[in-house]
Design a protein. Structure first.
Length: 165
């Protein structure tokens, strides 16, 4: 069986900072707000606490945290809580940057944790909706910080509304 094909290579790029102190003051502040937000997360089942802070183009900052439920699929991630809340109270205002951080009892997370697949898809929807890239800043509880200029770094070949026409 001789198949003819070509390969599509998808690559991605992130900025890597040794700590939040290496970010500019505004991004460091946004990440600190995400760290504060994770303190109010409701995570009695997973004990995995996530905070998100969103900077909108009008300068407003909206925070969110994960909210779990005994019926696991009924819970919601911090990124989606924040982005949906931002859209509800500031309709029509594009998201500029999202900062996400997490912690889990019993260990110190030093590796940045990216948004889950569902959150990536929601972020992709808001990039498409406004036609503007969203910067994503990620950190564990401490340590290195990863930043991407767009959700496309985390979700290459993303599905969006152009496929529904």
């Amino acid at each position: 069986m001789n198949q003819k094909f070509t390969k599509l290579v998808v690559s991605t790029e992130f900025e890597v900072y040794e700590s939040e102190k290496d970010l500019n003051a505004d991004e460091n502040s946004l990440l600190q707000k995400a760290q504060q937000a994770l303190k109010n997360a409701y995570a009695p089942y997973s004990n995995f606490y996530v905070g998100a802070a969103i900077l909108l183009e009008n300068g407003e900052i909206v925070v969110g945290n994960n909210q779990e439920n005994a019926a696991y699929p009924s819970g919601l991630c911090a990124e989606r809580v924040a982005i949906f809340h931002a859209s509800a109270i500031h309709p029509g205002i594009p998201v500029k940057t999202i900062a996400v951080c997490c912690k889990a009892p019993g260990s110190v997370m030093e590796t940045p944790v990216p948004p889950c697949g569902a959150c990536r898809q929601v972020i992709a929807e808001y990039e498409t909706k406004y036609g503007k890239a969203i910067r994503i800043i990620m950190q564990g509880e401490k340590g290195k910080v990863y930043a991407s200029t767009s959700i496309e770094s985390l979700l290459p070949l993303m599905f969006n509304r152009k496929y529904l026409k």
